[in-house]
Ligand binder design. Structure first.
Ligand SMILES: [Zn+2]
Length: 317
């Protein structure tokens, strides 16, 4: 599954990597770049998008910070080894790393319950006071890890919520399947009552999957945390940018159908392609083949711009 230590210098040379780097981001942000863009254009608020590895994304406007699947603790599990992640791996929450990379959050969107999506959310929610959206199972798992009850918003798909300066629409989805019997890794749900505190990664069950359309007014983003989607649920959405990840092998024409049902978006952003046994502070090491993904996008939607944003780099919309 993994192609080894395939770092990304060739991408930089070809100019596919788009972003300003962490230092430049901080400088621009303190210079008021986002606020200026917003007051000039009125109808088109600027959004700064930053990648924190896996499917962890930060959306920043002049007034809000939205996070999807914010996971930065990145303890090794062997997820991209041929035998897959070791289910007995102990969950680690590195609060110092979370504090360093995720200073703010108003809203946290959870796509599913796996460790590489939710393990850092309980601590982050407590520290930031953010609203957290997820299924009953996601919320129960996070309650068991100490997430503050008053901030948890149970969703199931179909909700459209107004926040200050943006809306979030929630859609039902499914996780990608694996193996000969189309099974979901660490599948299952934890409804009804709070389970025992999750200690190992296998304790963080998938718990149903959700996708999100985040609309900031002039620009919108559609994100699925796993390589799957429900075509009829999302029919008619027209995001500015679609997040796509390698995988989806059990779903016929996964990439091509998702591009079509979302109206061939102007931007496609590669996500969840890095081998997360490697550090966030270094360029992403390929875990899933983004090059094959890029080629399929180019063939199916030649007018879409394919964005590969590296670790801790950002792109302004
Ligand atoms: Zn997953």
């Amino acid at each position: 599954m993994t192609t080894g230590n395939d770092h990304t210098p060739s991408m930089r040379r070809r100019g596919l990597l788009i972003g300003t780097g962490a230092a430049a981001v901080a400088a621009t942000a303190t210079a008021g770049g986002i606020a200026a863009a917003q007051t000039d254009g009125a109808a088109e608020p600027a959004v700064r998008l930053r990648w924190l590895g896996t499917n962890a994304w930060e959306f920043t406007t002049a007034t809000a910070t939205v996070l999807i699947d914010p996971w930065v603790s990145r303890f090794p599990t062997g997820a991209y080894n041929p035998e897959g992640a070791d289910p007995e791996t102990e969950i680690e929450v590195h609060e110092d790393v979370i504090d360093e990379h995720l200073p703010k959050a108003d809203t946290i969107l959870v796509t599913h319950g796996h460790w590489d999506h939710i393990a850092d959310v309980p601590y982050l929610a407590k520290r930031t006071g953010a609203t957290v959206l997820g299924t009953e199972t996601h919320l129960n798992l996070m309650r068991a890890m100490g997430a503050p009850e008053a901030q948890l918003s149970q969703v199931g798909g179909g909700e459209l919520y107004q926040f200050e300066g943006y809306t979030v629409e929630v859609f039902r989805s499914s996780h990608s399947a694996k193996g000969g019997h189309k099974q979901i890794e660490f599948g299952g749900t934890r409804p009804g009552q709070i389970p025992k505190e999750p200690k190992k990664i296998k304790d963080l069950v998938e718990g149903g999957s959700l996708t999100y359309l985040i609309d900031f007014g002039g620009v919108s983003f559609f994100n699925a945390g796993s390589a799957n989607f429900h075509e009829h649920e999302i029919a008619g959405i027209r995001p500015t940018a679609l997040f796509l990840q390698p995988g989806g092998g059990h779903t016929p024409a996964y990439v091509e159908r998702l591009l079509e049902v979302t109206g061939f978006p102007p931007y496609v952003i590669a996500t969840h392609w890095d081998n997360f046994d490697h550090p966030l502070t270094e360029p992403g090491v390929i875990g899933g083949d983004w090059k094959a993904l890029r080629d399929r996008v180019a063939a199916a939607s030649p007018d879409s711009e394919f964005l590969l944003i590296d670790h801790l780099e950002s792109h302004d919309f």
